[in-house]
Ligand binder design. Structure first.
Ligand code: BGC
Length: 829
């Protein structure tokens, strides 16, 4: 970056009020001869779009993105050599309010960084013998144009009649424009971007356009996404086309805008009336699937509209698909929610009056996110913001960048992102530099919580988000989870201190490592003393509590196995509906499968009844919802307010899909060594998983056909894999090096005959037989309508199915025949 900046920030003379138009800046300059190289360095307090001689510079959108501006503001660089002409040239830029001065958070707080849009630019012209710089200063002119009110949440209005013809070309008469004023901003904040730019990624055509009786159109793009709509329209000057965005329709087919909360999410285009006009907003983005088009002149056809998908430019690195379309869709929806929420800052959601870098959401999602995309740039940038803000206030903000300057007391799963995220990134990419950079921030957080521990070494005071959005928490208080919030805090702090001790060791800070290791042992001991009975039962018997104790390594082997049994029982008692929020969901399937309850894990995964992983998909979800029951079975929106339809946090289950269903498990940082150990179940007949690591592509694909398993494994050079052949009668584990490997073998009987339960099996065994249960339960529903399975399991779950007939002597023969047929349909056919 430039050691010495020559420009200053410039702006209009007065602060901007809400709803003010964007600022248009321009300046002409002369070039005696073509420069060897011309570089435009550009940033803004606001969102900036630059033009050189009438040509839009670069392909980035929403520049310079959002960072903790007071600490670091990104300056984008563009090679514009080809746009410079000998003689007179014109440089122009439009700056909208963006994140710098526009509304942010549910408080709709304005002017969080500046009281008006301001521009900073330096055009560096390099000649053989000298360098000239055209920089923002008082030689620039400023005015307004077609971009009227504009806001991240509100949307954008563009009046094409007000766009000055040729304002970004030479020869434009800017006599009526004002002289730009200098705007005070600390130039020490300027830096080269660490994150990749935000760009248009994809375009979607409407899948349906429905006209209403009052002349509006409801357009469905078939996918919840982040971005905007580009329109092409012909009509009389002054016609206003209004686009309102929403993620959902009401049962009567109107826009359901409640999930946007106070975000207006409305774009307006006022026609110039000069043939076909094409327009898309540049100073806002929306989270939406549906658009209501009002005021369209003439017929609206699919070719007139495109949804433009926008997010940070990241390389895709993870893929997963399986024989269950619903599970594959669950994974696809997770990918879409990641795309929708990596628009610069990794956010909670992209549609409502938040779109904030909530730490807990990212912390829960980090293992999944690092598998799906190369997130180094985006998250490195975000972590730098986090540590800068933490260094200033002593606290890890609850969301980063923190515009509310809340007093953010430390909370589990949210604040400990300061440790877990660098640790996850190190594991994925194998680069210790990540830990080195974050070390001060990690240490400060751990020390801060250490000082809060009570005399029993328990984290037992202060606010906690708990198992946020536990489906059993009271609707109005998502943090009041059924799981004791301090149990959650202690469990996560056990993980945090263990990671801290390992990080210190790895960086050669042996003194620290010893201290953090001792702290880890103390808090783990305190957890076990306070919350775990010697048998392995927990004092707080909830799915999340067991998931944490098991997955975070807080139990002895015998305790662990007992805890696994209790967990399996709890999920069974809940009918395999989901009982976990942000804290438990990332871990629950893993806790089950790793304690020998794979079948229960699959039952949980495959449940479709609300609340469950697959329920939203049965409701047509195309992204992950914030809460399991955001949309209720009757199609109406849950009235609680936490109902974003695009929240990646609960998509954290995809990590288990990759590791256990798909079988790819990293053993060493950077995937130098990994394990391939898919665990088929739930009636799935195949799964394909691939991941582009820093060493190249790792892959695992398995399929079961006619009682035979085929396993294909891809190992990139420089790595080794331990392959655990799934359901292999010989239980082979083989170590392989780089290359493509394939195994085919007859399966152990338990997997080759899906659905092993018989009429003599217990009700519980049949219930846990994912193949037979759907058929058997249909029969039981016919004979015992409305009876609760959970109650039946509690009363006589261990009795054989054959005793069922005792409950219905008058229809005993029919019942036995139908249950037997349901258990072995082929035999009875
Ligand atoms: C966000 C969450 C976040 C939470 C914490 C919400 O409004 O959308 O995902 O983590 O607040 O309170």
């Amino acid at each position: 970056m430039q050691p010495q900046w020559q420009g200053t920030f410039i702006s209009e003379a007065l602060p901007a009020a809400a709803g003010d138009p964007a600022a248009y800046f321009r300046r002409e300059f002369d070039v005696a001869e073509p420069p060897r190289r011309a570089i435009l360095r550009l940033t803004a307090l606001g969102i900036v779009v630059a033009h050189l001689n009438g040509v839009r510079v670069g392909e980035d959108v929403l520049s310079p993105g959002w960072t903790s501006y007071r600490h670091q503001l990104d300056v984008l660089s563009y090679d514009v050599t080809d746009l410079i002409v000998p003689g007179r040239n014109a440089l122009g830029a439009v700056v909208g309010e963006g994140w710098a001065s526009g509304n942010l958070t549910w408080l709709n707080q304005r002017c969080n960084y500046s009281d008006r849009p301001a521009l900073f630019a330096e055009l560096e012209l390099s000649y053989a013998d000298r360098t000239e710089v055209v920089a923002t200063d008082d030689r620039w002119r400023v005015s307004t144009g077609g971009v009227r009110d504009n806001g991240i949440y509100a949307g954008e209005t563009f009046d094409a009649r007000l766009e000055p013809d040729g304002w970004a070309l030479t020869g434009f008469d800017d006599e009526q424009w004002s002289t730009a004023s200098a705007y005070a901003w600390e130039l020490g904040t300027l830096r080269e971007p660490v994150a990749p730019p935000i760009r248009r990624q994809e375009e979607l055509a409407p899948v349906e356009i429905r006209s209403t009786t009052d002349g509006r159109h409801i357009v469905d793009f078939g996918q919840v996404l982040s971005g905007w709509v580009r329109l092409s329209v012909t009509g009389p000057a002054g016609t206003t086309v209004t686009l309102r965005h929403a993620e959902l329709l009401t049962p009567t087919g109107e826009l359901e805008r409640e999930t946007n909360r106070t975000a207006e999410a409305t774009d307006r285009y006022v026609l110039r009336g000069a043939g076909r006009e094409t327009w898309e907003p540049q100073f806002t983005f929306h989270g939406f699937r549906y658009v209501e088009v009002d005021g369209w002149p003439g017929d609206l056809v699919a070719d007139d509209l495109r949804a433009v998908v926008v997010h940070s430019e990241m390389t895709r690195t993870g893929w997963f698909a399986t024989s269950s379309d619903l599970v594959t869709k669950l994974h696809d929806n997770t990918v879409w929610s990641m795309r929708g929420n990596f628009v610069g800052v990794p956010t909670d959601c992209p549609q409502r009056d938040e779109r904030l870098g909530w730490t807990g959401d990212l912390n829960a999602f980090a293992p999944t996110g690092t598998f799906l995309y190369d997130v180094r740039g985006v998250l490195d940038s975000w972590l730098r913001d986090l540590s800068a803000e933490q260094a200033e206030t002593g606290n890890v903000p609850w969301f980063v960048p923190d515009v509310l300057s809340n007093v953010c007391t430390p909370t589990a799963l949210w604040s400990d992102v300061a440790v877990n995220l660098p640790w996850q990134l190190y594991q994925e990419y194998g680069d210790p530099e990540i830990l080195r950079r974050a070390y001060a921030s990690m240490t400060a957080f751990v020390r801060q919580v250490e000082a809060l521990l009570d005399d029993r070494d328990l984290w037992s005071s202060g606010f906690q988000f708990g198992d946020w959005l536990d489906p059993n928490a009271p609707a109005k208080d998502p943090s009041a989870s059924t799981t004791d919030r301090y149990l959650i805090a202690q469990a996560y702090f056990c993980r945090t201190t263990a990671q801290m001790a390992s990080a210190a060791e790895l960086l050669g800070k042996h003194g620290d490592a010893e201290q953090f290791g001792a702290l880890r042992d103390r808090v783990r001991g305190a957890f076990r003393h306070e919350y775990v009975a010697p048998s392995g039962r927990l004092v707080c018997e909830s799915v999340t509590a067991y998931a944490l104790a098991i997955s975070l390594g807080l139990l002895d082997p015998e305790q662990r196995s007992r805890a696994g049994e209790r967990l399996a029982l709890l999920v069974e008692q809940a009918g395999y509906t989901i009982q976990t929020g942000f804290a438990g969901t990332p871990l629950v399937t893993d806790a089950l499968s790793s304690t020998g309850h794979l079948t229960a894990a699959y039952r949980l995964l495959l449940q479709e009844q609300c609340p469950s992983f697959l329920y939203p998909i049965t409701q047509g979800a195309t992204t992950i919802w914030e809460r399991w029951d955001a949309v209720q079975p009757d199609g109406t929106l849950n009235s609680t307010g936490m109902t974003s339809l695009n929240h990646y946090a609960l998509g954290a289950v995809a990590d288990w899909l990759h590791r256990v269903v798909g079988g790819l498990q990293r053993l060493e940082p950077g995937w130098r060594r990994f394990r391939v150990a898919p665990e088929p179940g739930g009636g799935l007949t195949w799964a394909r998983t691939a991941h582009e690591t820093v060493h190249g592509r790792v892959g695992c694909s398995w399929s079961i056909e006619d009682g035979r398993m085929r396993l294909d494994v891809q190992v990139p050079s420089g790595t080794r894999a331990d392959v655990v052949l799934p359901a292999d009668p010989e239980a082979r584990v083989v170590e392989v090096g780089p290359g493509e490997h394939c195994w085919q073998y007859d399966l152990a009987p338990v997997l080759s005959t899906a659905g092993t339960s018989t009429f003599e099996s217990s009700l519980r065994e049949v219930y846990n037989d994912a193949t037979a249960w759907p058929r058997v339960s249909a029969v039981l529903e016919e004979y015992f309508p409305g009876a609760s399975v959970e109650t039946a399991l509690g009363l006589f779950g261990d009795s054989p199915m054959s005793t069922l007939v005792d409950f219905m002597p008058e229809r005993a023969t029919d019942l036995e025949r139908d249950v037997r047929a349901a258990l072995a349909p082929e035999a009875s056919a």
